[in-house]
Design a protein around this ligand. Sequence first.
Ligand code: GRF
Length: 191
Amino acid sequence: MRLGVLASGTGSILRSILEAQIPVAMVLTDRACRAVDVADEAGIPVEIVARDSWGPGFDRDAYTHRVADALGRHHIDVVAMAGFMTVLGPEVFEGFPGRILNTHPALLPDFKGAHAVRDALAAGVTVTGTTVHVATPAVDEGPVLAQEQVSVLSDDTEDSLHERIKAVERRLYPKTISAFLTALDERQTKR
Ligand code: GRF
């Protein structure tokens, strides 16, 4: 199984996947970001599929097509989103049915979206957490594979809380990806 990882940020979740010895065939980002350096240091091929627009003129389907094309060129079988901040259109989900995973910094279905940690703090919850799920075209939906709680402390800022959640993601996501890849391999050998 050839795993492709999609990232936009610091690449700390990507790094945790690599440290878990999960083979990564390529890393794709939507911008120049530290995740590119993490991939470069590990000698993993990188595709920067840069967005040409961040405004209302953004052509999501055309962008998704470029992503699908890059994944195809690298013969990717399974995709793990690791802090990828562009919402992709249907083409990529049709190309990888049930084979795109995501890690989200909240206990889905609570606090979907790009500001999950901020929203959890604003809501005043005492417990939030992280969710690994199979991604679908509907953002932050799809079957949940794993969840773990994280307590909110009274003096938490968005950064401090996110960092504690990410510490859990760096353990839970690689473990869940591994189990998912093993199950997929076993299903294929039985065919
Ligand atoms: C993680 O919290 C992930 O769930 C969210 O973005 C963060 C990525 O962290 N979608 P990093 O850039 O890998 O450090």
